[in-house]
Design a protein around this ligand. Structure first.
Ligand code: HEM
Length: 588
């Protein structure tokens, strides 16, 4: 219907000539405005069809006006409602940091953030909200939680009131399929028992010896030959993949006494690695999906849950093969072997549970999977982000090289050797590399391997910043955001500046664990922190001393949404052998 016809209808000439009323009743125009206008006079005419009771023009106009008023009311109400929602949403954004939609809460913002860099988005919201905000999920879902990046709150959560903030049932339920009852997913006595056993092992002299021996083997016989081959053939390589292989072999060697051989120079195919990454990714998806939804999908074996189920089967297969191999070896051991201090897995195999029974294979599987998650992914992704940052900050790379050379230069000349691939850094030299330690800490500040972590409130209380905490509330601490808060690190918080970690004499200066939370803090502080620094420093120094690592131009670098901060597309790099004069200049 065109504009002219509209006008006619308005003027009380409702029917097109010869048309019957019933023909006009249905909604024959998709345009609501047209429909509203047409129906009004039509209804009017049905009450005035009797020619004897012909209404006067004034009456007709009056009725028409009344009907119009009715429809305008509906329109007005709809518009008013929408304006109310818009104002409410804008005001709620001001108060809560994000728009709160009726029924859906903040879910629409979260869903659109999931398509981009979710951690950056969270950082911006927390910055706007002075470090703490309440996420309101859709009605009747389990997505409500408090998110914080405030160091005072973190100290309260991780140390002062440690026992009031366990991981909690929600977290355990969400990650149980992958992590079972392992250390990352345990509370109270179950956690204490594993922590104590692992802590004794991690602080033993055998562990330290194994650390240096295994790293020598892995770096010099596997990592460097792989890089050398890439340099010679001028082919690009995914450094993150190579590092994941290295740390996977390393954690299996030190924790389970087995060598899977994934980082061997021919880089064998390992279905476990892909399955493990897929499993952590699908597990994280559960945190942003209403519980009833993912549980139904799990029941029906659909979508991400199907993928998770398949990945976990492959992960289990690997863990079970490690346990089988270890048990078989134990059964063949001589008395002399028995007297040697065993690895962590063997300690657990020999240990008895609270009922005096040997631990089940299922529990041993959980131990393996948790330690692989702890030791494989964390240091390798940290090293990947570190090399990417070095590529963008060549001045930092040069300072690291200068430090390595200075430290090595302190050796007696007879022990300096020819700096070839067999040149080894001594443990005490690695410890002296303060600038490298600072640069790795700075990389972890900006790209923490564990970007967010989770706790649950078990008794009513409040955070030091005044946020009320109700029993059962979930608390997320945003480690990624913490590294990027001006209030914590100052105006240059987004810059990569290892110097912020150094005293004026150049010595490394550690930060409070509640400000730099990359390794967690309090009683659940990362057990592998010292090992991880040694491992990262040894591998990084060995690479930087010999090679330039150049990120392939236009390679997309983005974090992946998973339990660990993987680079979504890996890190494609070209490797170039350093020219001798580049290091020689520091020895002159
Ligand atoms: C850059 C390297 C690493 C980072 C950033 C890191 C970070 C963390 C974080 C944030 C936690 C707390 C997790 C939680 O409770 O939810 C943690 C716990 C833990 N980490 Fe690490 N980690 C690293 C390397 C390692 C390595 C190499 C190992 C062992 C081989 C290890 C062993 C552990 C263990 C056993 C725990 C559990 C502690 C507990 O719950 O009591 N970590 N780590």
């Amino acid at each position: 219907m065109d504009q002219e016809q509209h006008k006619l209808v308005f003027l009380g000439n409702p029917r097109p000539p010869h048309a019957h009323a019933s023909q006009h009743i249905p909604c024959y125009h998709s345009n609501t405005m047209t429909k509203a206008i047409f129906i009004t006079p039509l209804n009017l005419t049905t009450t005035t069809t009797n020619s004897n009771n012909m209404a006067s023009p004034t009456e007709t106009l009056l009725s028409l006006a009344l009907h119009l008023l009715n429809h305008i009311k509906i329109l007005e109400l709809t518009v008013a409602f929408m304006v109310f929602i818009a104002i409410h949403t804008v005001r709620s954004k001001k108060h809560h940091g994000l728009p709160v939609y009726p029924v859906l809460g903040m879910l629409p913002s979260l869903l659109s953030a999931l398509k981009t860099n979710t951690y950056e988005w969270l950082t911006q919201v927390l910055n706007r909200q002075n470090g703490t905000f309440t996420f309101k999920g859709p009605w009747f879902t389990s997505l409500n939680c408090i998110i914080t990046s405030d160091p005072a709150n973190l100290e309260h959560l991780l140390k002062t009131k440690f026992s009031s903030f366990p991981k909690g049932e929600f977290f355990r339920d969400t990650v149980r399929d992958l992590l079972g009852d392992g250390i990352f997913n345990a509370d109270n006595e179950a956690w204490q028992r594993q922590r104590k056993t692992a802590s004794i092992e991690f602080h033993s002299s055998r562990f330290r010896k194994l650390t240096t021996e295994s790293l020598f083997e892995l770096v010099h016989k596997r990592l460097l030959p792989v890089l050398d081959s890439c340099a010679k053939k001028s082919i690009a390589i995914d450094l993150q993949d190579v590092l994941l292989r290295l740390t996977f072999d390393n954690v299996c060697m030190i924790a389970f006494g087995v060598d899977p051989g994934c980082s061997q120079p021919h880089l064998p195919d390992i279905p476990f690695a892909k399955a493990f990454e897929d499993a952590t990714e699908a597990t994280v998806l559960r945190f942003v999906t209403p519980v009833c939804v993912w549980k139904t999908m799990r029941f029906l074996n659909l979508g991400a849950e199907k993928k998770l189920n398949e990945s976990i089967k492959k992960v289990d297969e690997f863990a079970r093969s490690v346990i089988r191999a270890r048990k078989k070896e134990l059964s063949l051991k001589t008395h002399h072997d028995e007297c040697q201090k065993p690895d962590l897995l063997t300690v657990f195999i020999k240990l008895k549970d609270e009922n005096g029974e040997a631990y089940s294979d299922k529990f041993l599987r959980d131990i393996c999977v948790n330690f692989i998650l702890a030791g494989r992914d964390t240091s390798s992704v940290a090293l990947s982000w570190f090399f990417w940052l070095l590529d963008q900050n060549p001045n930092v790379e040069e300072r690291i090289l200068e430090e390595i050379c200075r430290v090595v230069n302190q050796r007696e000349s007879s022990k300096k050797g020819d700096f070839g691939n067999s040149f080894i850094f001594w443990p005490e030299e690695v410890k002296k590399m303060d600038y490298l330690h600072a640069a790795l800490s700075e990389a972890l500040r900006l790209y923490p391997s564990v970007p967010v972590d989770h706790k649950e409130v078990v008794e009513d209380g409040a955070f030091p910043d005044g946020t009320k905490l109700k029993k059962g509330t979930k608390v997320i601490y945003a480690i990624y955001a913490m590294g990027r808060m001006e209030s914590i690190w100052g105006e240059d918080c987004k810059e990569f500046k290892p110097e912020r970690w150094l005293r004026s004499d150049g010595q490394f200066m550690s930060e409070s664990a509640y400000k730099f939370t990359a390794f967690n803090g309090g009683p659940r502080l990362c057990l592998g922190k010292d090992f991880a620094y040694y491992q990262m420093k040894y591998a990084a120094a060995s690479i930087i001393f010999r090679y330039h690592v150049k990120v392939v131009e236009n390679h997309p670098v983005l974090p992946k949404l998973a339990l660990t901060l993987y680079m979504k597309h890996g890190l494609k790099v070209n490797i170039q052998r350093r020219q001798f004069p580049e290091i020689q200049k520091y020895f002159d």
